[in-house]
Design a protein around this ligand. Structure first.
Ligand code: GLN
Length: 501
């Protein structure tokens, strides 16, 4: 590892990583650009911080220490030579264990990929590198992104930085914890049914799931291809906007990405929201919702009213079908996507097998964890000849109805405000049944089924545990989500993230 001389410049950087610094990325970038700080010092400072607290929080499954420092050193040389620097020059960040990076061990937190090394850069990784970001490591997640606790990871459990006995949420739990613990300012996650927004809510950070087709999925290990999107977790709405400016946009390698122009998302920050119409769907405020969480949403409603927004009650009548619809469609797609892990082409292969079939069976039995097997079995069942019409086809039809609900409501209002999750982060020791866990997704999965963008930001605390509120918006209108979230963040303030020294 490169040795770094500690100077006062170093102190400057500590100021930059302070939780109270709202212009985190912008300032860090200015400092790198303005030659006040070497990128290598910045990267090293973050790596030291990670080393100090990682034992407690365990956000990462692997670090890129040497490589990151080398890249930072090259960036410093680039600056010295007067070359143009990228939009994220010197900004340290982390990616989830299911986003490919050339030469990096990536496992989707599954035993079946325990020795897999990425053979190319995902489009988002390529874009981050082109803009001179420094990727410090790879974060923990639920196996193949199936879950909401990060407990199904093959590697280890991640703790919630607010209370180390609690889950960070999932499946992008490592990503959310890494930002909340201030190990990195930005983490990329993936969101198939809430996996960016729910951990963001549990960890008191901001998480954006873009519109389906806004960000390339090329190089994202597929869970449910018609629902998956890569999203950003950061400490502030501004940092999310800055990152979105880099990762969004058309990609020749992913035909589902829109060619729509990408606006400058930072243009939507700190704007007046007078007259903005905010819908409150009555189906989201039902019995079973923790009354304390309801209070936090009410508090945001009042803040938005004070800012001049117009609050309208709306109805998304098919909401009650969202969980069953998702848990037919997502496993169906997963069972098909995960068929490629057969012991021949990727990663783990069972030792004692007698023929090809036993190689498949043993490899998959030993390589996949319980939740992944459950989903593969559900998926295979709902797709099988005798049940296809009754389950898969029916669920596709209901998905259309859910999408139409959103189209109708978003004709009437600019954004929809809801809770993110029905509860605060649960204890690591809580043993919830699969069904109980699936029901926890009730407020987040509709956005994926409808393909609309959604953002989660902190609404407040319950017994010192963060609680997020969610805005959902029109397809490709992330701008309005950023606008309303920025206004709300300015009005109610951001949480002071916990210090884990
Ligand atoms: N909790 C949901 C699930 O288990 C969502 C996961 C995700 O968004 N990747 O499928």
């Amino acid at each position: 590892m490169l040795s770094v001389v500690v100077t006062e410049v170093y102190d400057d950087f500590i100021l930059v990583i302070d939780a109270g610094d709202i212009n985190h990325i912008k300032n860090a970038f200015r400092k790198v650009k303005g030659d006040k700080i070497r990128a290598v010092d910045g990267a090293n400072e973050y790596l030291c911080e990670i080393e100090k607290i990682e034992d407690k929080v365990k956000s990462f499954v692997s670090l890129r220490k040497e490589l990151a420092l080398e890249e930072a050193k090259k960036l410093d040389e680039k600056r010295k030579n007067g070359e143009k620097l990228g939009k994220l020059a010197g900004i340290p960040l982390a990616i989830k264990d299911n986003i490919l990076m050339e030469g990096q061990k990536l496992t989707s937190c599954s035993k079946i990929l325990e020795n897999y090394v990425g053979i190319y850069d995902a489009t988002v990784v390529k874009k981050l590198k082109e803009e001179d970001a420094i990727i410090l490591g790879v974060t923990n997640m639920d196996e193949f992104a199936m879950g909401s606790t990060t407990k199904t990871s093959y590697h280890h459990k991640t703790a919630n930085p607010w209370d180390l006995d609690r889950v960070p949420g999932g499946s992008s739990g490592g990503a959310a914890a890494s930002v909340a613990a201030q190990e990195v300012p930005i983490s990329l996650g993936s969101d198939t049914g809430g996996s960016v927004r729910q951990p963001a809510s549990f960890c008191g950070v901001v998480g954006l799931k873009p519109t389906y087709g806004r960000v390339s999925r090329y190089g994202l290990m597929a869970f449910a291809s018609s629902l998956d999107q890569i999203g950003t977790l950061a400490k502030t709405v501004e940092d999310v906007a800055i990152c979105m400016n880099v990762i969004a946009g058309a990609d020749d390698y992913d035909a589902t990405v829109s060619k729509n122009e990408v606006p400058d998302y930072t243009e939507f920050l700190n704007k007046d929201i007078k007259g903005l119409k905010v819908g409150l769907p009555k189906e989201y405020f039902i019995e079973g919702l923790n009354p304390e969480i309801k209070k936090i949403v009410d508090n945001s409603v009042n803040a938005l009213k004070e800012l001049g927004a117009e609050i309208v009650e709306v109805s998304l009548p098919h909401t009650k079908y969202a969980v069953p619809t998702y848990y037919v469609l997502a496993p169906a797609e997963a069972s098909s996507n995960l068929a490629r892990f057969d012991g021949i082409r990727y990663g783990y292969r069972a030792k004692d097998y007698t023929d090809l079939e036993s190689l498949y069976v043993k490899t998959r039995s030993e390589g996949f964890g319980a939740e992944v097997k459950r989903r593969i079995m559900i998926g295979t069942y709902v797709l099988s000849a005798g049940f296809y019409d009754a389950y898969f086809k029916k669920a596709q039809k209901v998905r259309t109805l859910i999408k139409q609900d959103f189209e109708n409501v978003l004709n009437e209002v600019d954004v929809i405000l809801t809770p993110v999750a029905p509860s605060v982060a649960f204890k690591l020791s809580d043993t919830k049944t699969p069904i109980e866990l699936y029901l926890e997704d009730i407020f987040t999965i509709s956005a994926n089924l409808a393909g609309v963008p959604a953002i989660s930001l902190s609404g407040g605390l319950i017994d010192n545990l963060p609680v997020g509120v969610q805005f959902m918006g029109r397809p490709f209108d992330e701008g309005t989500l950023i606008k309303v979230s920025s206004a709300l963040e300015n009005k109610i303030g951001r949480l002071n993230l916990p210090k884990l020294d």
